[in-house]
Structure formats: structure tokens, C-alpha cells
Design a protein around this ligand. Structure first.
Ligand code: ANZ
Length: 838
């Protein structure tokens, strides 16, 4: 019975299931460890190798922590609502519930094949009414806190998808999914007030162990700006325009004022002669996205004919509208200071508006000067330096005393659009009459279950397909005694994933989304592994929900994820022939650096690319496991490189890892597959090998440096093989070190090779004995041109560089090297160093 993954892997998976090995049970006497993976969207295509690349890391840490005595929660589930299932329903007529269930069956099978130590009894699926009842419940909690509200607003409307999209679902004016054009449209939308948490979302980042780049992107997305809100009276009327500025110290240089075209005051103050041009400009910008507007090279705009009084100078300045001013940011209006702001400078040049220097340091007629300097042409402030914000503070106070301004903090982030006009999502649990909210449902009325509909097609009117289920929509409400209508919008994809980590703590609770004592025990998550693409979506939303639940007294912690790590993308080696055609792996023959040969003539170029069906370079986990086994796949994905890097999958690489696992097998079994283990005393050399490996592998898993942990295990395998180690005291810890990476093989070796019953998962993790991990030092002779001249004390496996350096530093040898050059080195580690000099 040589190493046969196809035989042992299914056997151990069944054994783990039968023995409930990974079922997590709350136990206050034990320290807990919560390892969370970003749950997959169960697509019809099945698992992508990118999924295991991330899940393996969390599994390895979970397995280490279990052996270290932690009570580990390691769950898995499905983020099952979403557009692809709905698109399939439209295209193929298969109801989303059915195609999603089929996909889940396939995902579960594939995940189980990989030997993950998930507690499968805690599996959740977000489209299950028993789950989304609680998503609806949390929505109601948010509504009760004033955090869910409706507003008429400009939204990203995608006609092709028939739905509104969030800003992060729109890329370059096109929908992220499908690449359809997106336009601006005024619609009534459900919103979540994430902006109310801006300051806390920033502050919390200082308390969590996340990659710095990820924190920085969240900070940028929140976009905190300190500045002032300043009031400009409109000349000849009662209107007041408020502007937001980060440079109040430049107010004496504000030579015009610009409002966003959609600013509601525009209609009230526009003069008759300008009205037609203003209207035309407003219509033109209405359909443009914010991104496009800000990217414009050439600034456009029109004058309203009205004027405002600069509160600092008392002078009238013209009021313009221009689309470089965004309605949703600050106050939707700016004081334009062309001398010191680039965009204002461009605009002033284009429209021939005056440019005034109020801070010294540049030539403002040529270009805006944005640096610090001394205030000039600024009345009582002349001579004030602008550094360190002193001038800003003084001028803000001065304006405040005159009732014209105040210090404010503004954030770039917007509230979260929380409605989709689609079918396959959680119905929003609200009853309305004539479009206005009458009441939120109560917990007892949940879940609001998705009705069956005749057509999943978007209605195109902006209403979701649910609107056509009239029997479901119309409710004779016992509470109000009125005939009401259900909200027909559904929640966005990011709703369910904003709290799933709480449900895992208490997945079968029918009376609460998660009992407080359960979340108190398991939360916060100790290790969360997932991709960077969720940085400003899911990872931000989940933090907000946690804070809202914290405020409602429903959870203890206000940050859900203590430690976060990212995994990179798995790329594919793709081979092209001279005609740029893709060549299948099987036809690729000899390798010469970056070039490969097909048959005898063609030279192929290999590139690392994103896997895609179209390129035919997608790696299917089923095929890999069938050929090499799950353990080889797990080990290979770790060995590819640092977790967070993008790295190419290579078919040759996995074969090498399969061969390594075969050698691991041979450490425990001889050629006739008889266990080698005996009760002999271990040799010093073998103890050194194993204890060094224990130290390195443990440290590396802690730091998620899985590739170097595998290298250390390669070395240990080689050395134990060379030493023909048989001692139980060495072979047992060796198999334990293999366990997190290749758990099926380790279980087999633990039972068949070492004669244990009861599995390896909870056997206490070995501890490195420092007596065997500190390097041994021995004396070796140093010869100069064959004559012994002295001795050096170095490790028996020290490198040649280290040996030469030691010789050069030795008092005995040094005189023989003075003024000479070493021309050749003959080094036998642990024996002799011979230096040839000239
Ligand atoms: C006058 C000024 C003078 C400005 C100057 C800058 C430099 P951040 O840092 O991104 O917050 N601004 C304010 N609201 C805007 C809006 N709705 N659309 C477009 N631009 C807007 O930038 C704040 C600055 O961006 C504000 O300060 C304002 O221009 C502009 F020498 O006011 B400033």
C-alpha cells in the first residue's frame, strides 16, 4: 500500500464527519479561536482554485490552534443571493432557488474534498428564509435607530440590468458585472446612514491588526477633511449659499462662486437672460457620472447671472454652475480661488475670470500656487504665515464672529444605497401606502419570504419583479387596519455578508440572530482571510453593522475582525505559439527559460495571466484532486509563494509536491510498506532536525508564511530520510508537523504508521526544545595553500561565505591573508577550509 491519496482521503473525510471531529462546542474553560474565510458565492461554475488558495491558509492556522489547545470555530457557508442566479433564471428559466441549491451541493462536495476542518453543522446559506429572517430583523433594528431611510436621489441606473448600482459596482461608467453603460437618474431609494459612523470607522482602524494598505484605502474612502463652511449672501435677495472649503485662509482670493448644476438653489437665483443656458447645461450634466465629471480635462460651466457677496472682502462675485463641483460632497458649492486651486485656475482661465494672489510663493497668473506662504491682499491678515493651519484657524474664528462661517469636518464617503430593483435578494420588511412608509414589520412577522413570480425580468420601470406578485404585495394590515403594500425593492448583495460571522456563532437559533452569550464567547474573529477586492465594500459594511448592533446593545464588540490577511490571485501559465494562439498544457514539451517547445518546431511564449474560461487556462480543482489528491493540492498552493502575492499555477509544480508527499510516506514506511517506527533512543542529529523543524513551522504558520514552512518540511524529510530515523520520539512530531498542511496523509501515518487510534487533530502540538534548536558549533581546520594555519569554530552546515568570513576574522589565520587575495576556496562543511591565495 504505497501513498494513495484517492484511497485515504475520502476515508479520513468520512472519519472526521462520523466522529464530529471539527464540531465546535462552546466551552468557557478553553481559550477560543475564530478563523473565518470569506464565504463564496455559489456560482454554477463551481470552485475556482482561488478559493482554496485562501481557504487553505485559514485551515492550516485552525489546525495548528486546535493542536495548541484552543477551542476553534472554523465555519463555512454560502453568500447565495446575487445577480448571476437571477440572470440564469432569465436566460434559462431555472428559478434562482433551484440553481443556487444545485450550485451549493456542488460547492459543498468540492470543499469537503479538500479536507477543510470546517464545522459543517454550522453551515449557513444567506438565501435560506431561516437566515434572511435575521437579515431583515437587523434591517428593522437599523430603521429603528434612524439608520435606514428613503430619499430621492441621483443614482447609478443601469438600463441593461434594470437596476441601481452602488458606486463601487460602477467602473469607468460601466457596470462591474457585464460592463453595461450606467447613467444618472433621480429615484427614491433606501439608504443606510453609514456616514453617521465615519469617525468611528476611522478610529477603529487603529485598534485592529489589518494590512496597512487596506486600512489606508478605508481611510481614503472615508475621506476625512477638516475645513470651514462659509456663508455667501446672494446679492439683492435673502438667499445664502454655503460653501465647504479646506482653505479658508484663501477667502480674500475667492473671485467667483460655483454651484453644482443640480444644486436646488440654482433655480431660485438664476437671472432671466441666463435661464435657458443654465437649463441646457443642467440637462447635459444630468446623465453624466461623477467619475466622468471629475476626469474632464476641459472645464465647462455657465454663469447664472447672479452674484454673491464675499464675506471677507464685501465685494460681489459672479455665481457659476459647473459640473466639476459635485452635489453630494461638502455643501455642493464652492468658493473658487483660482490663484491657489488647480481646478479653479483651469476654469478661470477658460472663462476669463480674475485670478488674485493671496498667498505668496508662486506666480499665480501662470499656475495655481497650492503651497504655504504669507497672506497678502487679505486685509487684517496680511503678513500671516499659512503654515501649520494657524491662518486657517484665525480666519475661521474671524468669520464665525461675523456670523459667516464655522469650522467643520467633512467626509467623502456617502450613505450606502440599500435597495435593488431585482428579485433575488432579501425583501425589505416595510409596509407602505401610496409610496410612503407606514411601518416596519415586527419580528413576529418575519421572514418576509420571496414570492414566486412569473418573470424574473427587470420591469424596466424601476420597479423590481416582485411588483408583479400582486397577491404578495397587497396586505390587509391587521395592525393599522389599512390596505397596504409591501416594499418591492430587495436588499443589495452586501447585506447578508455584513453579519454572517455572527450567525455562525449560533446558526440554529430560531429566537435570535445570535444569542448574546454565543457572540460574547466567539467574537471577535481572530483571523479573517480574504481578497483585497472587498476592502471598501464588504469590509466597510460589516464594520458598520457591527457598530450599529453594538449601539443597540446586541453585541459586545464594536470591531468584528481583529486580524485580517489577504491572499493573492492564482494566475495561470498560458502558452502561446508564434501566431498568438493558446496551446494546451499537454502539448507543451521542453523548457528553456521562458520558452517552451511544441513538437520540434514551434517556440512558445509563456505568460502568467488571470484564469478565464475563454483562454482555456482555468484549473479545475476536481481534476487536480483526482490526479494528485487534495493534500498535494493544499501543499502546492502553499508552496507557490507568499500568501498575499499573485502567483502562477504550474502543472509541473504540483507534481513535485506529490513526489514530496510520497517521500514523507517513505519516512514512516519501508519499501515493503512496513512501519519503520521503533522505541529506540533518537540520535542527536535526528533530534536537531525535528526540533528545528518544529520551531520553524510553528513560527511560520503564526506569521502565515506557509511557503517557507513547506520548505522547512522538505528539509526535514530529506534529513530524516538520510538519517534513517526510526525513533517514535522523532517520527511522531514529524507527522504532527505535516498535519496542518496534508491532514489526510498525516492521519493515515498517525494511525497506520504509528499505531494510534482517535485521530491526530487534538494531539498536543510539539514544542521545540531549545537544546536542539541552537546551532551546534564545531572546530574545523583552516589551511592556506594546503598548510594548516589555524582553526575556526562554526556550525557544521555553515555556508562557504560564513566559513571564509570566520577565517578572515581569526587571529591565527589573519597574518597569512594580509595583503593577499583569495583566488580559490575549497570547503568541506564540518571538515576543512582550504584557501588558495596569490
Ligand atoms: C477653496 C479652496 C482654495 C479650495 C484653495 C482648495 C484650495 P478635499 O480636500 O477633497 O476635501 N470642494 C469643496 N466641495 C466640493 C464639491 N462639492 N465638489 C468639488 N469640489 C469641492 O477638498 C476640499 C476642497 O475641494 C475645497 O476647498 C473646495 O475647494 C473643493 F486654494 O475651497 B477649496
Amino acid at each position: 500500500m504505497p501513498y494513495q491519496p484517492s484511497v485515504i482521503e475520502p476515508r479520513w473525510q468520512t472519519w472526521w464527519d462520523d466522529n464530529r471531529t471539527f464540531v465546535a462546542v462552546e466551552d468557557r474553560a478553553k481559550r477560543k479561536f475564530y478563523a473565518l474565510d470569506m464565504f463564496p458565492y455559489p456560482s454554477g461554475k463551481g470552485l475556482h482554485v482561488g478559493h482554496p488558495a485562501s481557504y487553505i491558509a485559514g485551515d492550516i492556522v485552525s489546525r495548528l490552534r486546535r493542536a495548541q489547545g484552543f477551542n476553534v470555530l472554523h465555519p463555512m457557508g454560502y453568500d447565495a443571493f446575487g445577480l448571476p442566479a437571477e440572470q440564469k433564471a432569465i436566460d434559462e428559466g431555472i428559478p434562482p432557488q433551484i440553481s443556487t441549491d444545485q450550485a451549493i451541493v456542488n460547492f459543498r462536495r468540492q470543499l469537503k474534498m479538500l479536507g477543510f476542518s470546517y464545522d459543517w453543522t454550522r453551515e449557513v446559506s444567506t438565501c435560506d428564509p431561516a437566515y434572511y429572517k435575521w437579515t431583515q430583523y437587523i434591517f428593522i433594528k437599523l430603521y429603528e435607530q434612524g439608520l435606514a431611510y428613503q430619499i430621492d436621489m441621483f443614482v447609478n441606473w443601469c438600463p441593461a440590468l434594470g437596476t441601481v448600482l452602488a458606486n463601487d459596482e460602477v467602473i469607468d461608467g460601466k457596470s462591474e458585472r457585464g460592463g453595461h453603460p450606467v447613467e444618472r437618474r433621480m429615484m427614491r431609494q433606501w439608504m443606510l446612514k453609514i456616514t453617521a459612523f465615519a469617525e468611528r470607522l476611522l478610529e477603529g482602524l487603529d485598534r485592529i491588526d489589518w494590512p496597512e494598505a487596506t486600512k489606508e484605502r478605508q481611510r481614503e474612502w472615508i475621506g476625512r477633511s477638516e475645513g470651514a463652511e462659509i456663508e455667501f449672501r446672494v446679492a439683492g435677495g435673502d438667499h445664502v449659499i454655503r460653501v465647504f472649503t479646506t482653505r479658508p485662509d484663501t477667502i480674500f482670493g475667492a473671485t467667483y462662486l460655483v454651484m453644482a448644476p443640480e444644486h436646488p438653489l440654482v433655480a431660485a437665483l438664476v437671472t432671466e437672460p441666463a435661464r435657458a443656458a443654465v437649463l441646457a447645461y443642467q440637462q447635459r450634466t444630468a446623465s453624466r457620472s461623477e467619475l466622468d465629471r471629475q476626469a474632464d480635462k476641459v472645464k465647462t460651466g455657465v454663469a447664472t447671472g447672479a452674484h454673491a457677496i464675499n464675506p471677507a472682502t464685501g465685494e460681489p462675485i459672479p455665481i457659476w454652475i459647473a459640473d466639476y463641483v459635485i452635489y453630494g460632497y461638502g455643501t455642493g458649492a464652492i468658493m473658487a480661488v483660482p490663484g491657489h486651486d488647480d481646478r479653479d485656475h483651469e476654469f478661470a482661465r477658460a472663462m476669463a475670470l480674475p485670478i488674485v494672489e493671496v498667498v505668496t510663493g508662486g506666480n499665480v497668473q501662470e499656475a495655481a500656487y497650492c503651497g504655504d506662504g504669507t497672506m497678502v491682499r487679505s486685509g487684517p491678515f496680511d503678513g500671516t504665515p499659512t503654515e501649520h493651519g494657524v491662518a486657517k484657524q484665525r480666519i475661521t474664528r474671524w468669520l464665525e464672529e461675523r456670523g459667516a462661517g464655522r469650522a467643520v469636518v467633512t467626509y467623502k464617503m456617502r450613505d450606502w444605497i440599500f435597495a435593488r430593483q431585482r428579485y433575488w435578494g432579501e425583501p425589505i420588511p416595510i409596509l407602505k401606502r401610496d409610496g410612503a412608509v407606514v411601518r416596519a414589520l415586527t419580528e413576529a412577522e418575519l421572514p418576509v419570504v420571496l414570492p414566486e413570480v412569473a418573470s424574473y425580468l427587470p420591469t424596466g420601470t424601476g420597479e423590481s419583479p416582485l411588483a408583479s406578485a400582486r397577491d404578495w404585495v397587497v396586505v390587509d394590515d391587521p395592525v393599522t387596519g389599512q390596505r397596504l403594500e409591501r416594499e418591492t425593492d430587495t436588499m443589495p448583495g452586501s447585506a447578508a455578508s455584513s453579519w454572517y460571522f455572527l450567525r455562525y456563532c449560533d446558526p440554529h437559533n430560531a429566537a435570535a440572530f445570535c444569542a448574546r452569550e454565543r457572540s460574547d464567547y466567539w467574537m471577535p474573529v481572530d483571523l479573517y482571510v480574504g481578497g483585497t477586492e472587498h476592502t471598501v465594500g464588504h469590509l466597510m459594511y460589516a464594520r458598520m453593522w457591527q457598530k450599529a448592533l453594538f449601539d443597540a446593545g446586541l453585541v459586545r464588540d464594536d470591531e468584528p475582525f481583529t486580524m485580517l490577511r489577504h491572499q493573492g490571485m492564482i494566475l495561470a501559465h498560458t502558452y502561446y505559439d508564434a501566431q498568438q494562439r493558446i496551446v494546451p498544457y499537454a502539448q507543451v514539451e521542453a523548457r528553456e527559460g521562458k520558452y517552451y517547445r511544441q513538437g520540434t518546431t514551434d517556440v512558445l511564449v509563456q505568460r502568467n495571466e488571470k484564469m478565464s474560461k475563454r483562454k482555456g487556462n482555468v484549473v479545475n480543482p476536481d481534476d487536480v484532486i483526482r490526479q494528485y489528491g487534495a493534500d498535494a493540492m493544499r501543499v502546492y498552493l502553499c508552496f507557490l509563494g507568499p500568501l498575499k502575492d499573485d502567483k502562477p499555477w504550474s502543472p509541473q509544480g504540483i507534481e513535485a509536491q506529490f513526489h514530496w508527499l510520497t517521500r514523507v510516506w517513505r519516512v514512516l514506511f519501508d519499501d515493503s510498506d512496513t512501519p519503520r517506527v521503533d522505541a529506540s533512543e533518537p540520535s542527536d542529529a535526528a533530534l536537531r532536525v525535528i526540533h528545528k523543524a518544529i520551531r520553524k513551522v510553528t513560527d511560520d504558520i503564526d506569521r502565515l508564511q506557509l511557503n517557507t514552512a513547506i520548505s522547512a518540511l522538505h528539509v526535514a524529510t530529506r534529513d530524516l530520510t538520510a538519517l534513517a530515523a526510526r525513533s517514535r520520539a522523532v517520527l511522531e512530531p514529524f507527522v504532527q508537523l505535516i498535519q496542518p498542511f496534508a491532514p489526510h496523509l498525516a492521519e493515515e501515518l498517525w494511525s497506520a504508521g504509528l499505531g494510534h487510534m482517535g485521530g491526530i487533530s487534538f494531539v498536543p502540538w510539539p514544542i521545540a526544545d531549545p537544546r536542539y534548536t541552537t546551532d551546534e558549533v564545531i572546530a574545523i581546520g583552516v589551511q592556506i595553500a594546503g598548510k594548516t594555519r589555524g582553526e575556526i569554530r562554526i556550525a557544521p552546515d555553515a555556508s562557504q561565505e560564513a566559513a571564509v568570513a570566520a577565517a578572515q576574522a581569526s587571529a591565527d589565520v589573519m597574518p597569512y591573508l594580509a595583503g593577499r587575495t583569495i583566488t580559490r576556496v575549497i570547503y568541506k562543511p564540518g571538515k576543512i577550509l582550504n584557501l588558495i591565495v596569490s
